[in-house]
Design a protein. Structure first.
Length: 175
């Protein structure tokens, strides 16, 4: 029994990377659980990533063309996200900043119960004020500068966090 397991492990250890990936991720139902466990261990030992799976050389009987197309699309998407992870994070930070300021403006507009009061909005600094009996509008330029500085810092932090998170999530090599 031990000899059979050892032979199975040696046979799986001798397989090329593509065959191991196909065995685990495409055709796992055709193999025993021990074989899949050994194949996963070998994939981990070699440091092979799922994105290395080349589905173009798989026989037509084994995989449906739709699956091959989806795998190609997924690989292209992962490559794009890997290359643009910092930019995606910066964009998310900018969207968060605009949403926070938009919500602040929305709250200001709905709190118009007092016709002689001054209302203001802005996150984190209130950079716009309006109100009073004559409807005075004031833009506080130092607060605009402060908000811009906070927005840039938020975008850079979100970019760095997103890049770090995606690298850890997909275990990409840092280049």
């Amino acid at each position: 029994m031990v000899e059979e397991v050892q032979k199975l492990y040696e046979r799986i250890a001798g397989l090329p990377n593509q065959d191991l990936l196909q065995m685990v991720y495409l055709n796992s139902a055709q193999y025993r659980s021990e074989a899949i466990t050994f194949a996963k261990a070998e994939i981990s030992k070699r440091g092979i990533k799922l994105t290395d799976l080349d589905a173009t050389h798989i026989s037509a009987q084994a995989v449906h063309p739709l699956i091959v197309g989806l795998q190609k699309w997924r690989r292209k998407l992962l490559t794009f996200v890997q290359a643009r992870s910092f930019e995606i994070g910066v964009s998310l930070g900018l969207v968060l900043f605009f949403l926070a300021n938009g919500y602040s403006y929305y709250q200001m507009k709905w709190n118009t119960l007092c016709f002689d009061c001054f209302l203001s909005f802005g996150v984190p600094f209130h950079w716009y004020s309006s109100g009073g009996y004559f409807g005075t509008t004031i833009i506080h330029w130092w607060q605009v500068l402060g908000n811009s500085t906070v927005a840039i810092a938020l975008c850079l932090v979100c970019g760095a966090l997103t890049k770090n998170l995606l690298e850890r999530l997909f275990q990409w090599n840092r280049a």
